[in-house]
Design a protein around this ligand. Sequence first.
Ligand SMILES: [Zn+2]
Length: 162
Amino acid sequence: MPDFLDALLTTADRVQLANTREVLAAVLHESGLAWRCRNDACAIENAEERSHCTRCGYDRSGRPMGDLTPSRYGVPARKWSALRRALTAFFKEQGVEAPTAVAFRSESDGGWATAEVFIYYGGRRTAHEKFQRGSAVWEALEAPTRFEKPVHCEPMRVALPH
Ligand SMILES: [Zn+2]
């Protein structure tokens, strides 16, 4: 959620007029400036331009953030599972909470191991350093690359189990 929406709703909480937050959320929703997360456990308002809920990562249709495989790919399920396991193990070894998903965006045809890396916690995306050459994740990224090298700026996303 952009800062101004956060600020509006936080202000609504602070002034504590009856139902202010609900009224403001309804106005944002009706005006098309926000959409409500369909995850019942979350249900926050999200800015219109967001594709995923900032808190929980569900998409606008109410589905959890899932895998995004390049369209022409035929990577076998076991290779895809190996990549998911390597990523999960990486974050466990780092001693940090596994992100909701790890996304890759290739700037060249060099392969997925050299692609830009982003991590999602809910719908919040941040850049992440690339994985070291020779690491388990690097090796797991070579498997999909062998099937077909990524196209410029093509996205790929691996959802991690929680
Ligand atoms: Zn949500």
